[in-house]
Design a protein around this ligand. Sequence first.
Ligand SMILES: Nc1ncnc2c1ncn2[C@@H]1O[C@H](COP(=O)(O)OP(=O)(O)OP(=O)(O)O)[C@@H](O)[C@H]1O
Ligand SMILES: Nc1ccn([C@H]2C[C@H](O)[C@@H](COP(=O)(O)O)O2)c(=O)n1
Length: 216
Amino acid sequence: MHGGPYTGRMIVTIDGVAASGKSSVASGVARALGIPYVSSGLLYRAATLLGQEAGLDLNMTAPLLACLREHPLRLEPLAAGNRVWLGQRDLTPDLHSSAVDRGVSVVAAQPGVRTWVDDQLRALTPPFVAEGRDMGTNVFPQAPAKFYLTASPRVRAERRSRERPEDVAAIEAALIQRDALDTTQSAPAPDARVIDTGPLTLEQVITVITQQLPAP
Ligand SMILES: Nc1ncnc2c1ncn2[C@@H]1O[C@H](COP(=O)(O)OP(=O)(O)OP(=O)(O)O)[C@@H](O)[C@H]1O
Ligand SMILES: Nc1ccn([C@H]2C[C@H](O)[C@@H](COP(=O)(O)O)O2)c(=O)n1
């Protein structure tokens, strides 16, 4: 098991379904290694928020990409938590609202938006832990360490209900709907280790992953 700081150029990918623990686990693994983590979902969420605030039809790629060119977003990949900036405005606190949750799958399904996100991620300098849906399959297929997190919709909804005002049943229904919308871009890479986080604590998941990492 590695205890940071990690000096290699390795990329660790952590993909998984919605609310499976990707960002919490990626942050924990990154801190254990002493490197940053990168949340790709936050870029999709920030694009969604920008489109919603501009009153755009989120199904239309061209106006959204024009808006993103006019208002460049910057992902700040810190180990303790990623932030997305629009100039001096920190968008991060607004990115996990139910309104963004409802719009983001439509935005993330558009190839033009995916290219916009992928280009930003590939421009980052390793080492880092990258989390999302297609980090191991599409963005960083060369990564030597890949993980895919799952948990039942009920378990994920119960965890989320501790952070949100909605009840468990409503959160579970929304998660099942989002899982269905995200299936195209959310599948484990053939060489990913799939981890059911349901019976594990956050710390246990982080330990399982750090114990399996190759030497720097
Ligand atoms: N193994 C675990 N045991 C208990 N709670 C967990 C575990 N993993 C994650 N959690 C909790 O579940 C919630 C969702 O985790 P997190 O936000 O990291 O998921 P995510 O996959 O990044 O979500 P999203 O897809 O919405 O971005 C958080 O409250 C987190 O603390
Ligand atoms: N690599 C990624 C990351 C995220 N998405 C989509 C899937 C979700 O609907 C949305 C938000 O992601 P989350 O914060 O829940 O991880 O963005 C994707 O398609 N590809």
